[in-house]
Structure formats: C-alpha cells, structure tokens
Design a binder for this molecule. Structure first.
Ligand code: AMP
Ligand code: GLY
Length: 421
C-alpha cells in the first residue's frame, strides 16, 4: 500500500517504523521530521483540501493521522468526502478531545464512570459547587490548551480564582470561556488505547506515562518524558472493566449521537480502589506511549489501521509479542520551559549485539542537513528498549541513551519506576 502519515513527532515516526519493518509499503509523511525521510518521503502541504487532492493523485491507499489538531480541524471529513481511506475520528467525534464539556456530558449521559463535576460559564454557579468539594479541586478549561488547561487547586479560593481567570479569558482565551469543575480522584493513572472502527474495538496493552520533567515526578508537566508497557498494574479484571464500563458504552453512545467513533481512543484512566474512572479522552495515540506500543505489535500495524479505517476490526485477530517495552525521552535542556540551541546528534556505532537487536530510537524534534541529524529542541527522540521483563527493557533503553549524544541532552533516570518498586 501507499501510506500517508500526518504529523511530525516521535509518535508518527514510530508508526512509520512499524510499517516500514513490514517491508512492503511505500510511506509518506506530512510534514514528517528530519528522520522520517529515512523511512519514506516527506511532503509539506498545509491545506487539507490540497492534501486530499495530492493523496488521490498519488494513489494513497491509507492515511493515518497522528496529532489531534488535524482531527479537530476535520481532516477526516475532508478525506472521506474525497473517497479516501483515512484512520481517525470525524470532526464531530473528535470533540471528545476538543471539548471537555462535550466529553463530560457524554460520560454522564451514558453512565460512564468519571469524577463528579459541573460544567458552567457562570462564576457564581462554579463557586457554589466548589464549596461542596473538599480540596484538592480540579478546574479544567473546556477547549484545547496544549496540555496546560487543567489546574489542581489546593484550596477553595485557588479553585475559584482559577475559574475566574478562565471565564474572563485571561488564562486561555476562548478555550476557557466554559469550564469543568470536578472532584479530585486519588489513585494511579494509566494510559489505555483502543483502536476503534465505529462499532468494534481492540484494546492495546496498558501503558504508564511520566508527565513531570524531573525524577520522582517533580517539576512542571511535559508532553511525557517516558513510558512503559504493558504495566503490571493492570490485570485481566481491570481490562474487562475498562472495556465494559468505559469503551463499550462510549462507542455505543457515540453511535447514538450520530458521531460513530473511528480511530484511536486514548483513555486517561484513574484507578481508585481497583475501579477505573475516565479522566479524559484523547482522540489520538499518546506520545511517547505510541513509541512503546508499536514495537509490541505482532500483527502488522498497517493491517490494524487499515481494518480500523474500513470498519473491519471484527475480522482481525490481534497478536502482541510476549515482551515489555520501555521508552526514555531525551529532550533538550530548556524543555519544557523554552527553546534550546540546535545541536548535532551523534549516535555511537552499536557494537553490543544484544543492545543492537533489542533497542531502537524513535526520532521527534530533529532536522536533517547533509545527512546529519540535529536536535531542534523540545522532545528530541525516544530510546526504546525491549525485553522479557520490564527491568531488562529498561536497562536496554538506558543503554541506548548512553550511546546518544547532543549538547544539552537530558532525560529522566527513573522511567518505569512504578513497575519496579
Ligand atoms: P487531563 O488533561 O484532563 O487528563 O488532565 C491532566 C492531568 O491532570 C491528568 O493526567 C491527571 O494527572 C490530572 N487530573 C485531571 N483530572 C483529575 C481528577 N479529577 N483527579 C485527579 N487528577 C486529575
Ligand atoms: N503522553 C500523553 C499525551 O500524549 O497526551
């Protein structure tokens, strides 16, 4: 097949790498990064109508969308109107991520477990509800805020101020003109991913992300500094609960809403006393979670996405490798505070055969010049290790980190600690 992948991060690189390893497809990335052009061809077309025409002219058989922005902008609707096969939710269905108010109302309407909440654009109504809660209290802006729209307030006053700043437009502009206020759930967090075709779904091995920049979960939030899967914190009973109580009713509900859900459903799960609650939905893979789930697939990735895009998942028998994966993000030194200088990336020649066979890099914030790769800031790449257990996978991931050099590189040293305690 000719396959087009939209996006430019490590997530998109890892999807491309999995498909490239099948050795029978031709890959295109839009816009891709400095390393994806080793896997295929980078193109740069910003207008989705133009891109759809390009896809038709270039006989693209399948398009896979990485990030949320093209989805909430309606790229899937545009491609489908052009009779193209594309894996991802429609603009309507993408509101599960694009609007927290929409998402919470779907959860409530279909009795899906989540934190008790109100949604409002009225400060006095928010105040009244806040007084009924015991801090910490969670305040969320309705719209997309690049992962910064959630405030965990430690006092009633702080919660009220956060709501006031959002509603006035001061903190997040229009994205904060409506808010969700909800109770704090105290438990452990999981990233769960379901591949959905509107009616059927396949649940992938559960992962844990590491959102804070520093060891021991300290410092500010990031897009994610590392992840591992499958996590031993999930047993079969919990997988079943997530399927029956969260994913099944969400897919049935979205069908009833007239917005059948196709694509990756990312469920941010909080487990409280053994029971799963929905923290949030995203309409795409997590990054870096994708980078560690892709290498665990035994079923060809292209088949999984193609069947997802053509409402054919009920005919797929999914298989995973009996392995664990750990991914350590290497970021530039100013991440997540600001930009960093561009720096050349040197990867030592692999002499350790064990490491060579059981680890690899997914490239993200990189550019290419004269065949050399440069770190361009932010999250630069992910070192992924595979193993028969988490410890082995982690040792390999960190072994690979030791072979990668660029000025100002930094990474957490405790990825997967939750599983090794
Ligand atoms: P969200 O973007 O909604 O996932 O929120 C970002 C992060 O805030 C989550 O990954 C959680 O760590 C935290 N969070 C969100 N909602 C809650 C809640 N109700 N209780 C506890 N933590 C929460
Ligand atoms: N790693 C979490 C996310 O992609 O949102």
């Amino acid at each position: 097949m000719n396959i087009l992948i939209l996006g430019s991060g490590g997530r998109e690189y890892s999807i491309g790498l999995a498909i490239s390893n099948e050795q029978k497809h031709k890959l295109f990335f839009c816009p891709g990064n400095g390393a994806t052009d080793r896997l295929g061809t980078n193109i740069n077309i910003k207008d989705y109508n133009e891109l759809a025409i390009w896809a038709k002219n270039n006989q693209i058989d399948l398009t896979i969308v990485g990030p949320e922005a093209p989805l909430t902008d309606g790229v899937v609707d545009i491609f489908k109107a052009n009779d193209l096969i594309i894996f991802g939710p429609s603009k309507d269905a993408a509101r599960l991520e694009g609007s927290k108010v929409y998402m919470k109302n779907i959860l409530k309407k279909y009795n899906i477990p989540t934190a008790r909440f109100i949604e409002t654009d009225d400060l006095s109504q928010a105040k009244e509800f806040i007084q009924t809660l015991t801090p910490p209290i969670v305040v969320k802006a309705d719209g997309l805020c690049a992962g910064k729209g959630v405030i965990i307030a430690t006092t009633h006053e702080e919660a009220i101020n956060a709501v006031g700043d959002m509603l006035s437009g001061a903190s997040f502009g229009d994205a904060g003109k409506k808010v969700v206020v909800e109770e704090f759930l105290d438990g452990y967090e999981l990233s769960m991913f379901a591949i959905c075709d509107g009616k059927d779904f396949i649940l992938l091995p559960a992962a844990q992300d590491h959102k804070r920049v520093g060891d021991g979960d300290t410092g500010p939030n990031t897009g994610g500094m590392g992840a591992y899967a499958p996590t031993p914190l999930v047993d079969d009973a919990l997988y079943e609960k997530v399927k029956e109580r969260i994913i099944r009713p969400t897919l049935d509900g979205m069908q009833q809403e007239g917005a059948p859900y196709e694509g990756v459903l990312f469920i941010g799960v909080m487990v409280v006393k053994g029971e799963p609650y929905t923290l949030e939905f995203n309409v795409r893979f997590g990054d870096p979670e994708c980078e560690i789930i892709m290498p665990l697939l035994k079923t060809p990735a292209s088949e999984l996405f193609y069947k997802g895009a053509t409402k054919d998942l009920s005919n797929l028998k999914i298989e995973f490798l009996p392995k664990y994966a750990v991914g350590v993000v290497m970021a530039s030194h100013n991440y997540p505070y600001g930009n960093s200088d561009v720096a050349e990336i040197i990867v030592d020649e692999m002499v350790d055969m064990d490491l060579k066979e059981n680890s690899h890099i997914s490239f993200a914030g990189v550019s290419k010049e004269d065949d050399k790769l440069f770190a361009t800031g932010g999250r630069v790449l992910v070192c992924v290790g595979l193993g028969d257990n988490i410890k082995e996978a982690r040792n390999r991931a960190y072994g690979l980190c030791g072979q990668v050099h660029f000025a100002g590189k930094k990474c957490r040293s405790d990825i997967a600690y939750q599983a090794l305690r």
